[in-house]
Design a protein around this ligand. Structure first.
Ligand code: PNS
Length: 159
């Protein structure tokens, strides 16, 4: 059984992330979207549990996709679950520079490979942080995040 993990902070999940999940799903028997703490980022807009729940809601139709969370080293999760590959999206050379050392250190630690899918061009500029900034100041991000996520973001900032 070929298993992949799509790891990330997903605070919150965007249509760019979703596009990567949907493209990864047919390439593997099972894909796990893993909400993983990033020690370099301060605490987020959504709790890990809320992020997991939002991703579950918007991926419910993808039959071989599961959602999980993890607070330790990513490679400990992949080893424990027999995962062969990490799958991530690449928007630009900025992402490449950010992702390269992570892919290399993960491979050095356990041999797990990282596969990159080029982001669909319509999502090339979409990021969770940009969407948060827009919604925070009352802007409209429909089309960039799923409607459920948009509503949840607006509720967070309204509260
Ligand atoms: O969406 P992000 O924040 O860019 O994702 C980064 C993430 C969560 C994948 C990365 O920080 C991570 O793998 N964190 C888990 C801790 C870990 O394994 N770090 C060392 C190798 S990268």
């Amino acid at each position: 059984m070929y298993k992949a993990v799509c790891p990330g902070s997903f605070d919150p999940v965007t249509n760019g992330h979703l596009s990567i999940f949907r493209r990864a799903a047919p390439l593997f028997d099972e894909v796990t979207v893993l909400v993983t703490g990033n020690p370099n980022k301060k605490s987020g807009l959504f709790s890990v549990e809320e992020r997991v729940e939002l991703i579950r809601e918007v991926t419910a139709d993808i039959t071989n996709l599961r959602v999980d969370s993890w607070s330790g080293l990513l490679v400990d999760y992949t080893t424990a679950h027999g995962v062969q590959a990490l799958v991530k999206g690449l928007r630009s050379s900025l992402d490449f520079d950010y992702e390269q050392p992570m892919a290399q250190v993960n491979r050095r630690l356990t041999g797990v490979e990282t596969l990159f899918l080029m982001t669909d061009e319509q999502y090339g500029y979409v990021s969770s942080s940009l969407c948060k900034e827009v919604v925070r100041f009352g802007g409209d991000v429909s089309g960039l995040v799923p409607a459920t996520v948009h509503e949840a973001m607006k509720a967070k900032y309204a509260g």
